[in-house]
Design a protein around this ligand. Structure first.
Ligand code: ATP
Length: 361
């Protein structure tokens, strides 16, 4: 287990900036995820940590030691690639044993370590199978065992679940998380799937255009996004633009349309938010924080908004509505409690509690 420090690292590919000035400390034993859309620089960052790329600027430290210029095989990292990169002509056992053989470990030690790794990924009886005789999920577990068998200081996972179907992906992410907790190995995980990142990570680093947008726990990233990008990339949200029309103590009123004045809280804002009357501002509120207006809501602070249902979607667990609120797109989500689904064309009044509105500069 080690901590990893990225000190102002950048990677330039000719004129293209792959990664720009990334600063972060990944704690020992932490499950740390790089999250962002395609091309945001997460794989480049991971490759610099693995040693496949050297940074154009900055330093990488493992447990305080500078490894910036060390080749990959001197870093003691275990890596799982998106396509697994298993050796198809070898058996499962031989694939997992490969890293130990190149480290010239005695046969008996290799036997014992491979058997332990097979047990960790629930493939004890599969040692003699060829790779092409395995399902995608089993291949994924062999790749994981191959990375873990060398007892790496750092486990690197590059979109390891993207080739699996949705159900298997969910099961496997739970298994990886369980195993990581048991072993306590510092883990760096790359994904563009925010549900994966949210459910597995201790902390997440959100990137866009090679630049870090926010680093925080899943709750911090979801509940206190620092900017519009993070707010809309992580989960579903209603993101509207407006102008601050009125402020009274903690109450902030934002004009978002001719008929909608949204009631928000001065204490629920992104860190750089500048609250003044007349200032343009973004408001973000999650579809699941919306209520259908009921009499008791008049006792609470918030906004009543009348909206026209455009699309209603029943997913089993929830009911989701896409609606039009005075020309603005408003998404609402309710847990399915067996109520009747509202239909397209119906008018509905929603209540947006003041505390669920988040103000972003
Ligand atoms: P994806 O999820 O699609 O893998 P990513 O977030 O991992 O995306 P990177 O692969 O790190 O993104 O790429 C970051 C940027 O650097 C992109 O603009 C990409 O086109 C560019 N890039 C990456 N590798 C190279 C390379 N070898 N040569 C030139 N440009 C590159």
């Amino acid at each position: 287990m080690i901590d990893v420090t990225l000190e102002r690292i950048s990677k330039q590919f000719g004129n293209v900036s792959g990664v720009n000035d990334v600063n972060v400390e990944i704690r020992s034993g932490e499950f740390f995820t790089l999250l962002g859309p395609s091309g945001c620089g997460k794989t480049t960052t991971l490759r610099m940590i693995a040693g496949f790329y050297y940074p154009s600027a900055g330093r990488i430290l493992f447990g305080g030691q500078d490894v910036t210029n060390l080749p990959p095989n001197k870093r003691n990292t275990g890596m799982v690639f998106q396509n697994y990169a298993l050796f198809p002509h070898m058996t499962v056992f031989e694939n997992i044993a490969f890293g130990l053989q190149t480290r010239k470990q005695p046969k008996a030690v290799i036997q014992e370590k491979v058997e332990r790794a097979l047990a960790q990924v629930h493939l004890t009886t599969y040692g003699s199978r060829r790779i092409d005789q395995l399902s995608g999920g089993q291949q994924q577990r062999v790749a994981l065992a191959r990375a873990l068998v060398i007892q790496p200081d750092l486990l690197l996972l590059d979109e390891p679940l993207s080739n699996l179907d949705a159900k298997l992906r969910e099961e496997t992410r739970l298994e990886i998380k369980k195993l990581q907790l048991e072993l306590g190995v510092t883990t760096l995980y790359v994904t563009h799937d925010q549900a994966e990142a949210m459910s597995m990570s201790d902390r997440i680093m959100v990137m866009q255009g090679g630049v870090v947008q926010q680093i925080g726990t899943p709750q911090e990233i979801y509940n206190q996004p620092v900017n519009r990008f993070v707010s809309s990339f992580i989960g579903e949200t209603n993101l509207w633009e407006g102008i601050i029309e009125r402020m009274e103590g903690d109450d902030v009123y934002v004009r978002v349309s001719p008929t909608i004045l949204l009631h928000a809280s001065a204490s629920h804002t992104s860190p750089t938010c500048n609250l003044r009357v007349g200032v343009p501002i973004a408001v973000s509120f999650r579809p699941e924080s919306i209520k259908e207006a009921e009499a008791q809501h008049t006792d609470r602070a918030g906004s009543f908004i009348t909206s026209l249902i455009k699309v209603s979607e029943f997913t089993g667990v929830s009911v989701q509505y896409i609606t039009d609120a005075d020309g603005l797109l408003l998404k609402a989500m309710f847990v399915n409690l067996g109520h009747q689904l509202r239909e397209r064309g119906e008018q509905v009044t929603f209540f947006i509690p003041k505390e669920s509105v988040y103000l972003i500069e």
